[in-house]
Design a protein around this ligand. Structure first.
Ligand code: NDP
Ligand code: MG
Length: 391
């Protein structure tokens, strides 16, 4: 088949590295248009050389000179800044990976949709903050969005060939994160280092902490609603410590289809890269006899207030996702910065949502990018004011 033009946004991150790995295994199949990164310019330059990319972009202007020095004489173009990342997204591609962390990933993903190709979507914030707008843009340009998060890839795969009207429920599994076996009263003292170790997955720092608080799962529930169009009532979550079943889809005849995969994101990335075919992906094959058993338990809302907040967002819609995400990012920054405790993150997000709901700011009939970005700004500011006031 023809050589495909591909770009990777957030190439130096955990998802990005895994994507680059798969592309590098079949260089003849791809023409790499753009790779983007942040502060890790040495690694970005290395990737750009290995994949012979046309363009390498760092998100930060102050990193430009460093990136340019690494790529001197390589013939690879260099650029810096958020606008340069958006410009990189304007270069036509057949397939693009959206794996920038945080709300910064929204605009580049949106811009790639204009080419009408495939957007492999790892960035959770895109669907949480602007789901209806993102899907409308994809439709308008004839683009296809494929989920990369393992849970959503699992649901997507379980739905192939099915009538979504026959779906009764979707179950998103959660590992329970770093603190799943901690007594509740100890959680308020959880430190940054403790929150940064995940029992099953090796991921970026922010998503690892979000896994411990279950904010990551909260985001995934909201994404499930936005991407697949299921209602809050249809979407369940269950603690599954082994993280081998990523999601299950239940049909009206009582059948429950489970998707299993190893703790290696290349299975979901590979699915999106090869779709609609199934290509070879070099992940470990699961040895079920060695695994022995799979366990499940209820996700206790008292232990995981983020899940209750996700329900609120799913039922409220409008700008609540944008507010939720921005408040969560601000809360995470404050936790990483040592300004608030682990349990304060959910309280802070709840307070921000309450304030915004109080003056009717979350309502919005038609999402636009401007409204989403405005809400992002407002919610962050409120969160920031609360954090500063608390000190
Ligand atoms: P990482 O933190 O590992 O990587 C983030 C990437 O974004 C890096 O390339 C980083 O550059 C770049 N970056 C950081 N800040 C900015 C910015 N302000 N503007 C532009 N680029 C920036 O994240 P992950 O790979 O873990 O996650 C990426 C996204 O995918 C997140 O939305 C996450 O929730 C989602 N996701 C991740 C999964 C995982 O297994 N890791 C699973 C499912 C979803 P640099 O490192 O050079 O500074
Ligand atoms: Mg996930």
């Amino acid at each position: 088949s023809a050589v495909r033009r591909v770009s990777v946004f957030g190439a130096t991150g955990s998802i990005g590295e895994n994507t680059v790995d798969l592309i590098a295994r079949a260089p003849e199949a791809y023409n790499v248009v753009a790779l983007t990164g942040g502060r890790n310019v040495a690694r970005l330059a290395e990737q750009a050389k290995v994949l012979n990319a046309d363009l390498a972009v760092t998100a930060f202007e102050e990193c430009y000179a460093d990136l340019a020095a690494h790529l001197e004489g390589s013939g690879i173009e260099v650029a810096a800044g958020q606008a340069a990342i958006a410009d990189a997204a304007d270069r036509p591609t057949d397939w693009a990976m959206s794996a920038i962390v945080g709300a910064a990933g929204l605009v580049p993903g949106l811009r790639t949709l204009r080419h009408g190709g495939i957007l492999a979507l790892a960035n959770k914030e895109s669907l949480v903050t602007a789901g209806p707008y993102l899907l409308a843009e994809a439709k308008r340009h004839g683009a296809t969005i494929l989920p990369v998060d393992s849970e959503h890839s699992a649901v997507f795969q379980a739905l192939v060939g099915e009538d979504s009207a026959a779906v009764e429920r979707v179950i998103i599994t959660a590992s329970g994160g770093a603190f799943r076996d901690w007594p509740l009263e100890r959680l308020s003292e959880a430190t940054l280092a403790e929150a940064c170790s995940h029992p099953n997955w090796d991921m970026g720092q922010r998503i690892t902490i979000d896994s411990a608080s279950l904010f990551n799962k909260a985001m995934e529930l909201i994404e499930t609603k936005e991407f697949f169009g299921f209602t809050s009532d249809q979407i369940e979550t269950v603690i599954h410590p082994e993280s081998l079943i990523h999601a299950l889809v239940g049909f009206r005849d009582g059948a429950l289809m489970a998707h299993l995969g190893p703790h290696d994101m290349r299975h979901a990335i590979g699915y999106a890269l090869h779709w609609p075919e199934r290509g070879h992906v070099p992940v470990d094959r699961l040895d079920l006899a060695a695994i022995g058993s799979l366990n499940f338990r209820t996700a206790d809302p008292e232990r995981y207030p983020a899940l209750t907040l996700a329900r609120y967002v799913m039922e409220t819609g409008g700008l609540s996702g944008a507010a939720f995400n921005a408040a969560k990012e601000a809360a995470l920054d404050a936790f990483i910065g040592g300004k608030i405790g682990f349990l304060d993150m959910a309280r802070l997000v709840e307070t921000v949502l309450e304030r915004l709901a109080g003056d009717n700011s979350l309502k919005c009939d038609k999402l636009t990018l401007d409204r989403v970005l405005d809400m992002d700004h407002v919610a962050r500011k409120i969160a920031q004011t609360i954090v500063d006031g608390d000190r």
